[in-house]
Design a protein around this ligand. Sequence first.
Ligand code: ACO
Ligand code: ZN
Length: 186
Amino acid sequence: MNQETDFIVRNADENDIPEVMEVNLRTLPENYWYGFYKFVLDKWGDLFLVAETDKKIIGYIMNRIEDARDPVLYGKENELIKEKKRSIEDIMSSFKNMFSESHKVGHVISIAVLPEYRKKGIGTALLNEAIKKMKDNYGAEAVYLEVRVSNKEAISLYKKLGFEEVRIVKEYYRDGEDAYVMVKKL
Ligand code: ACO
Ligand code: ZN
């Protein structure tokens, strides 16, 4: 393959699901059944995007919109920055947050690009387009995701786009690996 890959980013439709599933199976150990893709597509189709070249799907991103009451998920708190001991006021304010109004946030469920098409800006294009729509179409305040702590490529993509690690979830993955939760405020 030559250096330049012309690709487009477009909305997925139902006919794309089998090909998206193939990309997912080739790239990630976290796999889903057809019905899950269909559900996400029916509910948040505007946020379900594919990258295509010569009519072939080479990457995808799927997302959902959630109501978050957890301040870490809407970008208000970072558990990995160890400040002074939490004061009574902080604890009261977290407690109050749990009962306060929820905040609209985008959640990146899964993003992947086929190995032979990586490092060409496709992941960046998929994520940027999805984030823009989370903001424009839903008024999302933040976007968050989980990523394996060992996934250097993905973590550097997220950092480049302004995400920060805000939490570690121990043994998040089935094989026992921990996840970072990463958040970007919009
Ligand atoms: N080494 C270091 N940094 C990298 C690498 C790498 N191999 N690949 C990407 N990056 C970083 C760089 O900062 C890069 O910017 P630069 O090109 O200016 O250096 C930035 O990411 C953007 O790279 P893109 O070309 O836009 O990303 P790409 O199209 O390669 O896709 C992706 C990145 C989706 C993470 C790809 O590597 C992939 O499919 N990996 C396997 C699946 C996966 O791990 N998905 C994420 C799981 S977590 C989740 O889904 C929420
Ligand atoms: Zn998730």
